[in-house]
Design a protein around this ligand. Structure first.
Ligand code: C2E
Ligand code: CA
Ligand code: CA
Ligand code: CA
Length: 272
């Protein structure tokens, strides 16, 4: 646990009752923020290498705090995970993302982060099915991103992910390579995409080790018939190496930053 968010926010609202005081301050603040519509979903483009077009977007939550302005997820996700509020927040983001993507009349996909805690809720497949029905988004335009943690290893998570995959929803393994069980995940979980962590991408132009990890991951994924997206691509040189390595798609500031709405098309000159 990063723990960075714990104790960061201490606003005691006047009128807070005894009834609510057993909940932590941060949890109350987060719940209030959700009720008062202070969260926003931003979208970062994912570009298919070679085609030079946006193939999808990752939904990334931001807290537009009335006093503090935009707060990035690293400041409140850890606290949201500790309190369990993340389950509600992830579902809110999922619903927003499906609704907004359904209104976009093309074939692009949307990827939503689901915390391990929420992944273990047995009603997650039902929630996703209901959300797809309600918003009219077809299942193959939705992908969920899960991160390697020991929580996801159990039998329950496998059952839940298998049910979600059976609907046609994609399953991406986020921050690939930084966890401790990367390869064993690929045996048990119905993974359709690997998101190669920024750490490897940032070193790809300088370090032969990073480049070899990228090459090996692409080869591994090809053998398993799953896609690879490189995260955190910031420089043209990195993009060129990733293209040469056979990486399928790229995401990063070079291609576009997260924005409050879908960027209509990829206008960068650096990806072919
Ligand atoms: P992540 O899922 O690995 O998301 C990618 C993060 O890298 C995002 O940070 C994105 O803005 C940032 N990024 C993208 N391209 C670049 C680049 O070229 N260079 C650098 N330095 N960074 C880049 P963000 O939006 O601050 O989110 C941080 C983390 O918070 C996410 O990492 C994810 O783990 C978590 N998160 C964000 N939204 C949600 C959500 O709705 N639910 C859950 N459970 N977690 C979320
Ligand atoms: Ca992610
Ligand atoms: Ca990631
Ligand atoms: Ca991450």
């Amino acid at each position: 646990s990063k723990g960075a968010g714990r104790g960061c926010f201490h606003i005691f609202e006047p009128g807070m009752t005894m009834e609510t005081s057993h909940r932590s301050t941060i949890e109350l603040e987060l719940m209030t923020a959700l009720n008062e519509d202070q969260f926003e979903v931003h979208y970062q483009p994912i570009v298919a290498i070679g085609e030079g077009r946006i193939s999808g977007y990752e939904a990334l939550v931001r807290w537009n705090h009335p006093k503090r302005g935009f707060i990035t997820p690293d400041k409140f996700i850890p606290a949201a995970e500790e309190t369990g509020f993340i389950v509600e927040l992830d579902r809110w983001v999922l619903k927003q993302a499906c609704r907004q993507m359904a209104g976009k009349d093309d074939r692009t996909t949307v990827s939503v982060n689901i915390s391990a805690i929420g992944l273990l809720r047995q009603d997650l497949p039902d929630f996703i099915r209901a959300t797809l029905n309600e918003t009219g988004l077809s299942a193959d335009r939705l992908e969920i991103e899960i991160t390697e943690t020991n929580k996801v290893e159990g039998k329950e998570a496998i059952t839940i992910l298998t049910a979600i995959r059976a609907m046609g929803v994609g399953i991406a393994l986020d921050d690939f390579g930084t966890g401790f069980a990367s390869l064993s995940y690929l045996i048990d979980l119905p993974v359709t995409r690997i998101k190669l962590d920024r750490r490897f991408i940032s070193g790809v132009a300088e370090s032969t080790r990073c480049l070899n990890i990228v090459l090996s991951t692409v080869s591994l994924a090809r053998g398993l018939d799953i896609s690879v997206t490189a995260e955190g691509v910031e420089y043209k040189e990195q993009l060129d190496l990733l293209r040469a390595a056979g990486c399928g798609s790229v995401q990063g500031y070079l291609l576009g930053r997260p924005q409050a709405s879908f960027t209509e098309q990829y206008l960068g000159s650096s990806a072919a």
